[in-house]
Ligand binder design. Sequence first.
Ligand code: LMR
Length: 331
Amino acid sequence: MKKLSLVVALIGACALVPAAQAQEPIVIKFSHVVAMDTPKGKAAEFFKKLAEERTQGRVKVEVYHNSALYKDREEMEALQLGAVQMLAPSLAKFGPLGVKEFEVFDIPYILDGYEALHKVTDGPVGAGLLKLLEPKGIIGLGYWDNGFKIMSANKPIKTPTDMRSLKMRIQSSRVLDAQMRALRTLPQVMAFSEVYQALQTGVVDGTENPPSNMFTQKMHEVQKHVTLTNHGYLGYAVIVNKKFWDGLPADIRGILEQAMKETNAYNNEIAKKDNDDALEGIRTSGRTEVHTPTAAERKAWVDALRPVHKEVESRVGKKVIQDFYKATGQQ
Ligand code: LMR
């Protein structure tokens, strides 16, 4: 009798094991480098909420803001190795992965506003670019907007001539390197998490970023001047490890895809206002003088930077540049 109850107990215990395992949530580690109070930081939290609610806890999303887990280059490697499952790197950071076409987004004055941007990111050109990630073991789930970059330094930089010889921090994009060289500056690639200190200590003289990134990292506190050049775009592709994504139960993947679709829309709704508010924050801080270029100054910036389109053709690919021109009605 004793033996029988032992067997029954064992069977019972075994039956419990799969049930216990089934309750272990699927963990998605989402790493990124900016502050929580940015379009990307807010969108990551929005996705977490939708994903956890709609899967009723079967999925847990751990969001790591502000490079808390990995810095720029490390996070790409971590994704490929499966140490994190989801990222939203800026489009300027895909070159080192071997997908140089993404650097088309960095070409100065190739997109003249959010409307032009969405003609690319919401259409076949954007979808085609995301497809290029698959051979790298990565799936692109969509684009998240940030904004248009402004230029900063500790001296007035009203025209390109004022930029000469400045040491400028850039992201790891060859196009940005070419852009800064066209302005006769000395570009220096640096992880985002190191920029504030580099500006503070004079390791670099200036930088470029949309207002939301400058303001939330307090870069304006260590930069006396910004010029609203809006010379280039900075935004993101949301990416996942392909093996992880393909291995998800189909119902879960479906829920997450829908949650991401809604998150993309949410992000792209808040990005412009976030940047407008951040610019207002920079203005009212009284720490930085904000200069709006006159028509003649703007022309000088465009004239100095437009040759970069041709110069980077062999790096980025003539076709993708033409695709951008066509999608945005420049040709
Ligand atoms: C930067 O490095 O300047 C940006 O890519 C940071 C970000 O993710 O917005």
